[in-house]
Design a protein around this ligand. Structure first.
Ligand SMILES: Nc1nc2c(ncn2[C@@H]2O[C@H](COP(=O)(O)OP(=O)(O)OP(=O)(O)O)[C@@H](O)[C@H]2O)c(=O)[nH]1
Ligand SMILES: [Mg+2]
Length: 195
């Protein structure tokens, strides 16, 4: 549910990074934070455990310029990937405008990826959304590791529709902005269609 304020000419969009534990969601946000100039970003807020696992969420507000005279703000969130934080994941999906699913390319994480996408579909539904229609992109992360599954196999296993997919090495910034731009484009297209 995009928030458009006609009085102040602002558009606010909520983007959620979803995916299994340790797939690299927080790393995506950290890269974006480090590489964005100070005037365009707010504080990166992370609520994490002592071992840097996301406890509730990370949050980063970004200003992405002006679209047809409206100042456009993207609010980026990550969910905690660990299975037992499901209540938090549900809550964070409230009011979402676009979803990035971050998959871990390591062979041994394929079951966890599939399970997390299923969990995303279910949690979206409880919030009144449908994975089939929500702006959605798939990031295949950790492509630098030696034990990765072939791209085609991952796409066969994880793609839900004709969503754009991006290869990434989030820890080196590879594919991070491409993925964000991909979902931003879908969100803006959705906005023009529905308003
Ligand atoms: N080799 C490699 N390591 C990565 C990559 N992306 C992230 N990592 C590492 O993977 C670990 C977990 O990354 P996080 O970003 O904390 O994972 P997360 O998805 O936020 O995990 P939760 O908060 O528990 O859900 C960190 O040590 C990262 O540095 C990548 O592309 N390649
Ligand atoms: Mg995290």
């Amino acid at each position: 549910m995009t928030f458009i304020n006609y009085a102040s000419r602002e558009i606010n969009c909520k983007i959620v990074y979803y995916g299994p534990g340790l797939c690299g969601k927080t790393t995506n946000l950290q890269w974006i934070y480090e590489k964005t100039n100070p005037g365009s970003k707010g504080k990166l807020i992370s609520l994490a455990t002592e071992t840097d696992r996301t406890l509730f969420f990370d949050f980063l507000p970004l200003e992405l310029g002006t679209v047809r005279g409206f100042k456009t703000r993207f609010h980026l969130y990550t969910v905690p990937g660990q299975v037992f934080y499901d209540a938090s994941r549900k809550l964070i999906l409230k009011g979402v405008d676009g979803v990035i699913f971050v998959a871990d390319s390591q062979v041994e994480r394929m079951d966890a990826n599939a399970e997390a996408i299923e969990n995303l579909a279910i949690n979206l539904k409880t919030q009144g959304y449908d994975l089939n229609s929500v702006p959605y992109v798939l990031q295949l992360n950790k492509r630098d590791l030696p034990n990765v599954a072939p791209l085609e196999e991952m796409k066969r296993l994880l793609m839900r529709k004709t969503e754009p997919t991006y290869e990434a090495v989030a820890s080196k910034g590879v594919g991070v902005f491409e993925t964000l731009k991909g979902v931003a484009k879908l969100v803006m297209a959705d906005l023009t269609r529905t308003t």
